[in-house]
Write a protein of this length. Structure first.
Length: 270
């Protein structure tokens, strides 16, 4: 945990404390949140969420041992990863499921209805607001919802989130601020994240195939054309029985052709 805290302190000083005076505080916080999310994604695997702000409320579901809350000057920094599943409370019956790419209008309608129903009892408490909204969204649309509420915050969420909604609305009891910002989205993560860089791996595929072709051709050319093979060399005997009775030269040409095709495709994609 200490390396993470040290990284957060360093990034906060770089982007917020020593950031350009031409940028507003929330803009600098946004730069800090993006930099921190990139750092977390690269160090601990995707997909991290980063929330930064003042006097904010949040209600989310976390993966075990991934959530942390830090206080830097007047700013609160919250980081977490989504779990894969969430068990619903016995009283929560899922009426509908919001699928990826669907219209978020039903979500907005549910938010407005919930706010109209409980606005008077909130008393301007953004933490109570976030918890109430998350409970309603989970009951109406299933899991897993993450909610943040407040007047002065930025949220850098995982790229593959869905049903992302941002509302700005008046909240009774919210003194000194005309509107409260409410951000909610769905996201789950069934694995802890992988550090595999798939684009880089695909770009290296042609060179891997080329290496297989070179070593394979040299090996088979030596083994298959051997006139008096030594029976005591089990590995050579196995290679000979597996590959040499087939058209191994033609098969190796297919590997070379695949390497060339992959090379041109990755060059064009890049």
């Amino acid at each position: 945990r200490k390396p993470i805290k040290d990284a957060i302190d360093l990034l906060y000083k770089r982007h917020v404390v020593k950031g350009s005076d031409k940028k507003g505080k929330n803009t600098r916080r946004g730069d800090f949140a993006k930099a921190l999310k990139i750092c977390l994604d690269e160090s601990f695997g995707p997909h991290w969420h980063v929330l930064v702000g003042e006097k904010l409320g949040f209600a989310c579901k976390k993966r075990n041992q991934t959530m942390a809350v830090f206080k830097l000057e007047e700013s609160m920094v919250v980081i977490w990863q989504s779990p894969g599943i969430e068990e619903l409370e016995p009283a929560a019956a899922v009426a509908a499921q919001v699928e990826e790419g669907s219209d978020v209008a039903p979500v907005v309608d549910a938010l407005r209805d919930e706010l109209a129903r409980c606005a008077a009892s909130l008393g301007g408490d953004t933490q109570v607001l976030a918890a109430a909204v998350r409970k309603r969204l989970t009951a109406d649309f299933g899991t897993i919802w993450h909610v943040a509420a407040g007047n002065d915050f930025v949220l850098e969420a995982a790229e593959n989130r869905r049903n992302h909604v941002l509302l700005s609305l008046p909240l009774p009891g919210n003194k000194g601020h005309s509107h409260t910002r409410l951000v909610c989205f769905q996201h789950e993560q069934f694995k802890g994240g992988s550090n595999i860089d798939w684009p880089r791996l695909l770009k290296s595929l042609p060179y891997l195939l080329l290496a297989i072709f070179c070593f394979g051709y040299m090996t088979l050319n030596t083994v298959c054309k051997e006139e008096n093979p030594d029976p005591s060399q089990k590995l050579r005997q196995r290679i000979r029985s597996t590959f040499c009775d087939t058209d191994w030269e033609g098969n190796m040409q297919y590997v070379a052709a695949a390497a060339l095709v992959c090379f041109f495709l990755t060059r064009r994609a890049g």
